[in-house]
Design a protein around this ligand. Structure first.
Ligand code: NAP
Ligand code: MG
Length: 476
């Protein structure tokens, strides 16, 4: 199908105020880290954006000690209503600096500016406001009349939603009276460090929030630190299992938000055009680097042919390119390593006999990109149906009966999210009750709201983030 040509509509990179160097944030100040500096790149061009100082094991010690002091002397004893004031201030500054944060996120991560601007940053701000409101009402959360903070939290987060994942941990931790040491992902440390700057600007007492950039080793040193009371991790299932082994027997609390391989189920009575949009959003949002991405389409056999035709026609119109361009639908893949992984898993799809369709959208000449890809004729045993690709690759399977849809949807070691598309409320409820997934969306997908708990089961982890249930992880 022909599409209109769009004139370029680039957002200005200058809005991000990228500094040449960034440093770890410990005990209320930016400090020289003892680790080897890393260079963070813009995946859209592979150019170096900034040099970032990283933490050594001594810095981990210092940060945990600072968080302990703050927990005992300032933040822990502070009344909830006072803590709320700081959180509201941070939330307001995030909203005020939203344009800068959105551009910085897009530069460091590669996601389209439309998404960082309309999803990541506003949702981060909403989570801060939401949790600020809880700080003085914890006694009404249904967790006892006087719930207490857990203590010092160590948090490790991935690169796909760098600011949002940082806030998902920081906001509830601080609202509940805990202090925190956060390790952002190696390839996307910048927005977490600007968030630290914002916390300082808001007057947050020293040691309450500490940010330690670095690679996986810094994360491993942090989660193993005996000075922590709780670890909150978002990332891959393999690293999550390793952390669980490290913490076994220590009595320290742990929540894990891990991978997924969500089914998006389309019944033959669904509003077809709406379902096509939802399926496209489900897998191509954020280049498919989404733990709850709808990466397995299960479409009822009677409409499979018609649905596939409409779906491919729609996917063909997605614009892949400069993430800073406001017309871009699919941006850059965050790292060379992730691109290689997507290429390998897609090749496994070919080798196992699935049929690959690739969008003809031209890709930029430089930078890390992968075209929107759809595999049809996928069998449940194939790797593209079982493994998390974490890229813009959709696997299409079919089913005949609701029972078969549920059985196939649940045929995965994961259990994070799922989607259902049908006109019949009773059918949606029947299906949702049988799906083993932490979040089930009906006639929509990728809805994130701070009042609503998010999390998985089985290999997708345990514990919830958001809503009243999310507070439980940070209170004892
Ligand atoms: P990852 O390799 O597990 O990395 C996640 C974080 O852990 C990064 O900060 C990483 O540092 C750090 N890390 C690596 N090895 C570690 C170790 N041994 N001990 C402690 N920390 C360690 O995951 P990823 O590939 O970056 O992220 C993609 C995965 O995250 C996907 O599987 C996705 O589904 C999952 N995810 C889940 C959710 C959710 O809410 N359930 C949300 C987003 C992503 P480096 O960056 O330096 O490697
Ligand atoms: Mg980067």
């Amino acid at each position: 199908m022909d599409t209109w040509d769009y004139a370029p509509a680039p957002e200005s990179a200058a809005l991000a105020n990228v500094a040449p160097t960034y440093r770890p944030f410990v005990d209320g100040a930016f400090v020289d880290g003892g680790g080897e500096a890393l260079k963070t790149v813009n995946p859209a061009t592979e150019e170096v954006l900034a040099e970032v100082g990283t933490a050594s094991e001594q810095d981990v010690d210092r940060a945990v000690a600072a968080a302990r002091r703050a927990f005992e002397k300032t933040w822990g004893p502070m009344p909830g209503a006072e803590r709320a004031k700081y959180l509201y201030r941070i939330a307001r500054i995030v909203a005020e600096r939203s344009r800068e944060l959105a551009v910085l996120e897009t530069l460091d991560n590669g996601k389209p500016i439309r998404e960082s601007r309309d999803v990541d940053v506003p949702t981060a701000s909403a989570h801060l406001f939401h949790h600020a409101g809880w700080a003085d009402k914890l006694g009404y959360a249904g967790l006892g009349p006087d719930p207490r903070p857990v203590g010092v939290v160590g948090a490790v987060i991935p690169w796909n939603f760098p600011l949002l994942m940082a806030v998902w941990k920081i906001a509830p931790a601080l609202a509940c009276g805990n202090t925190i040491v956060l390790k952002p992902a190696e390839t996307t440390p910048l927005t977490a460090l600007v968030l630290a700057e914002i916390a300082a600007e808001a007057g947050l007492p020293a040691g309450v929030l500490n940010v330690l950039p670095g690679a996986g080793g810094v994360g491993a040193a942090l989660v193993a630190h005996p000075g922590l009371d709780k670890v909150a991790f978002t990332g891959s299932t393999d690293v999550g299992k390793e952390i669980q082994r490290t913490l076994a027997g220590t009595g320290r609390r742990l929540t894990l938000e891990l991978g997924g391989k969500a089914a998006n189920i389309v019944y033959d009575d669904a509003a077809i055009d709406q379902a096509v949009e939802g399926v496209v959003d489900g897998i191509f949002f954020n280049q498919g680097h989404v733990c709850c991405a709808g990466s397995r389409l299960l479409v009822q056999e009677s409409i499979a042919e018609e649905f596939s035709e409409l779906l491919l026609r729609r996917v063909e119109t997605l614009r892949v390119g400069d993430p800073l361009d406001k017309n871009t639908d699919v941006g850059a893949i965050n790292s060379r390593a992730q691109l290689d992984r997507i290429v390998d898993l897609a090749a496994a799809g070919d080798a196992e006999g699935a049929e690959r369709w690739t969008s003809s959208c031209p890709l930029p000449e430089r930078g890390l990109y992968f075209p929107p890809t759809v595999f049809s004729g996928v069998e449940q045993t194939m790797r593209v149906a079982r493994e998390e690709i974490f890229g813009p690759v959709l696997s299409v399977l079919t089913f005949r009966t609701p029972e078969e849809a549920v059985a196939k949807a649940n045929n995965t070691p994961y259990g994070l999210s799922a989607g259902i598309w049908t006109e019949k409320g009773a059918k949606a409820m029947w299906t949702a009750r049988r799906l083993r997934a932490g979040v089930v969306w009906t006639n929509t997908f990728h809805r994130f709201d701070p009042t609503s708990p998010f999390g998985g089961y089985r290999e997708s982890g345990f514990g919830r983030e958001g809503g009243r249930a999310g507070l439980e992880a940070y209170l004892s």
